[in-house]
Design a protein around this ligand. Structure first.
Ligand code: ZN
Length: 402
């Protein structure tokens, strides 16, 4: 998609109106690797607050083209979480603690958007005494387990697979870090509501953009991400849940490696479905604004570090040629000048051999032998952690700016 292509505005997926106050625009994208010379396909995601109900979401339509670029490009998915420090509970353990009281004998537990099946596999390990039936629902079967049944389905069209649960209604539906990716969250939850038993539960977890959630170091999180269509707060979710004919029975806010998390347990509501939407006072806009400010401040300090390093040494290396690198070159064109004049060498494992502004990208395994200092560029916490570990193993001269 070209940068200046007119993108069609979408309606608010909570109240249905189409009038937006744009908070910020996220520049996401992917590398076009079809040629040796790398080109960036940029996708603009304006994030807006609905002028009517104050829900915060991306205000353009997610076309088939966008979905394909975001989900089916050959990028390797980064780890979702950092390693759990010793003596602390892992995110999966915390999820399990949250849902365990509602797991009964012979439960049918279904994970909508199961991905690699980490949550289901955790339940499988720790719930054997309940003899649960476990099912994963997702585009592709990445779970590959003998004890977990897989149903292929599009999470944006759950009505197509609804009948598959007629014989075996669901006692516990799980959907973690999925609701922010679906186009119509109310419809998504309504469809799941039709598949659960009358006494069944739905467990959802989303990144927490409530004004009282953790707002420290948001630049190291994936809170704002091209794949995230919706930005939720406790108050916006409370409305969405009601619109879907559900009620909240339990709620918890947690922070893992800077990532604010919101966990909800839902049940069918006995009262009439609410159709009107009350303006969401405590919406996600504060948190979204904070993340963009944090990101911009970090970019500035990162650029200064590069500048200082070049004053000290004739040449330096930059490691990790992804979205953060690209955005840095857009904000500070001087960086491109240093790359073309060979003052800055680029290192990346996946992109080795490609060329960016006349500079051939070197495989990151060469960092071991590098004579110059190398600065690590990606900002996402779990990615930084993995790269840092590698560089320690190599005994290499790598700076991890913080
Ligand atoms: Zn709205």
């Amino acid at each position: 998609m070209s940068a200046n292509q007119k993108q069609k505005q979408t309606s608010c997926k909570v109240c249905g109106k189409s009038s937006w106050h744009i908070i910020e625009t996220l520049l996401s994208g992917i590398w076009d690797r079809s040629q040796v010379v790398l080109r960036r396909k940029v996708i603009f995601f304006p994030i807006g607050r609905c002028k009517h109900c104050h829900h915060v979401q991306v205000t353009i339509n997610y076309t088939k083209e966008i979905f394909e670029a975001l989900y089916f490009s050959n990028q390797v998915e980064p780890n979702m979480w950092c390693d759990t420090p010793q003596g602390q509970k892992s995110p999966y353990e915390e999820m399990f603690d949250f849902i365990q009281p509602c797991i009964e004998d012979g439960a049918h537990i279904v994970d909508f958007g199961a991905g690699a099946g980490t949550t289901l596999k955790y339940i499988d390990n720790y719930c054997k005494e309940y003899s649960p039936t476990l099912t994963s629902v997702d585009f592709h079967n990445h779970v590959q387990s003998e004890t977990i049944k897989h149903i292929s389905g599009d999470l944006n069209e759950l009505e197509i697979i609804r009948r598959k649960f007629d014989e075996t209604p669901i006692s516990l539906a799980i959907s973690t870090h999925v609701l922010e990716h679906v186009i119509e969250p109310v419809n998504f939850l309504s469809e799941i509501t039709k598949m659960i038993t009358d006494n069944g539960n739905i467990f959802i977890e989303v990144p927490d953009c409530s004004p009282d959630a953790n707002m420290n170091n948001l630049e190291f999180t994936n809170l704002i991400h091209g794949q995230h269509i919706h930005y939720y707060s406790k108050e916006s979710l409370a409305q969405i849940v009601k619109l879907a004919g559900l009620k909240i029975v339990k709620q918890q806010q947690l922070t893992t490696g800077n990532i604010p998390r919101l966990l909800l347990l839902l049940k069918k509501s006995n009262s009439n479905i609410q159709h009107s939407v009350i303006p969401i006072e405590n919406n996600a806009s504060k948190s979204v604004t904070k993340r963009f400010n944090d990101y911009s401040n970090y970019q500035e300090s990162l650029f200064k570090k590069i500048q200082q390093a070049l004053k000290k040494d004739k040449t330096i290396g930059l490691w990790g040629i992804g979205g953060d690198f690209y955005l840095l070159t857009q904000k500070y064109p001087e960086l491109i000048h240093w790359i073309t004049s060979n003052k800055v060498t680029l290192y990346d494992y996946e992109l080795a051999g490609h060329v960016f502004y006349n500079s051939k990208i070197i495989c990151s395994s060469e960092i071991k032998q590098a004579k110059h200092p190398v600065i690590l560029l990606p900002m996402y916490g779990p990615t930084r952690e993995k790269m840092k570990e590698l560089s320690i193993n190599w005994g290499a001269n790598v700076t991890v700016p913080c």
